[in-house]
Write a protein that binds this ligand. Structure first.
Ligand code: ACO
Length: 311
């Protein structure tokens, strides 16, 4: 019987169909999805912190309103993604526990500090720009709930990317100090954004199987290249220099060549030793503990309502 179920699953994957929560799926497929979707959810939740730091210091009411909306969107994306992962039979408590105890990964990019207001713009332009590049192909992922979640998430990310780019365009029309702030933020974030796409294909243990299962549609290196090719002209319009002396159009390849990424620094950060890992995790754990009364109140309210309905 297992062979028949496996054959049916393979046929769905081969035909580019969708796998839904109640369908039979191989344990390894389920495990990979829980891994990727929960890491993605954690990234959205931890991703609220670097920018959240700037809500109280936004330079105008307009910028503050935009930033609050954006950070709230990230929280929504996280909750949406936890729900998608729950359809695979894992619980939110389990996932949160893995995050809070430091067992779960989340995107490397959120372990760097946000030092000035231009960082908020650069996160929108480059970090969210990289996130969109990675997430658009996930809208075609073979697991239905994840693919559908990505459609809405990508629409909101597109607003995030544009608000960041627009904030930077305004700063670039300002004083020499403002322009220098933008350049400084780009210098600090550029290489970290390239690493967001994950290790080179040859060093990516999950890629071959992820591609076979139709979870990943475009490889880490190909997405990185697409991001670079799309971003160079945007940097020119903005008037900033991308901090890579090897960045050069290659006529033959039809792509930009680029310099070497510091993978040692990437892995140190992924493994918990980046500049902000400890602080990010401590902030998240504290927020969870301080929110305990909200969860208790919501549960008590739900129980009361259920009792009333039974009467
Ligand atoms: N930060 C932290 N960990 C990373 C990163 C990164 N930038 N890139 C890769 N890794 C981890 C992988 O999770 C994997 O660890 P694991 O096996 O313990 O789970 C390991 O490094 C090896 O990488 P790959 O074999 O390439 O892993 P995978 O096939 O899962 O590809 C990728 C990694 C591209 C990040 C994929 O998981 C993905 O597309 N995830 C969904 C998108 C996402 O999480 N975005 C979050 C950032 S965007 C945002 O929130 C704004």
């Amino acid at each position: 019987e297992d062979a028949a179920l496996q054959a049916h699953f393979d046929a769905v994957i081969d035909a580019d169909g969708k796998v839904e929560p109640r369908d039979w799926m191989p344990e390894a497929y389920r495990k990979t999805l829980v891994r990727q979707i929960s890491q993605h959810a954690h990234s959205e939740i931890v991703g609220m912190l670097p920018e959240g730091n700037w809500i109280s210091r936004a330079p105008s009411l307009k910028r503050k309103a935009i930033l609050i909306a954006k950070v709230q969107d990230e929280g929504g994306h996280g909750l949406y993604l936890y729900s998608a992962a729950e359809t695979l039979g894992t619980s939110r408590d389990q996932m949160l526990d893995a995050l809070h105890t430091g067992k779960a990964k989340y995107s490397s990019i959120f372990n760097y500090p946000t030092l000035n207001w231009a960082d908020v713009g650069v996160i929108g332009w480059l970090v969210d720009g990289a996130a969109i590049m990675n997430q658009i192909p996930l809208c075609r992922c073979s697991y239905g709930p994840y693919a559908r979640a990505m459609i809405r998430v990508c629409k909101e990310e597109s607003f995030h990317q544009r608000q960041g780019y627009e904030a930077l365009l305004v700063m670039m029309q300002g004083t020499a100090e403002q322009k220098a702030m933008v350049q400084d933020a780009v210098n600090r974030y550029w290489w970290k954004c390239l690493a967001m796409f994950g290790p080179p294909d040859a060093d990516s243990p999950n890629s071959v199987q992820g591609m076979r299962w139709g979870i990943k549609r475009i490889s880490n290196d190909d997405l990185r290249q697409k991001f670079i090719d799309a971003t160079v002209p945007q940097a020119e319009v903005l008037g900033v220099t991308l901090p890579d002396p090897d960045l050069k159009w290659n006529e033959e390849r039809g792509h930009y060549d680029y310099g070497a990424i510091d993978w040692d620094e990437f892995w140190a950060t992924v493994n918990g030793n980046g500049p902000m890992n400890k602080e990010r995790l401590a902030t998240r754990v504290k927020a969870h503990e301080q929110g305990a009364w909200v969860r208790e109140a919501a549960l008590a309210h739900a129980a009361k309502q259920q009792q009333r309905q039974q009467k």
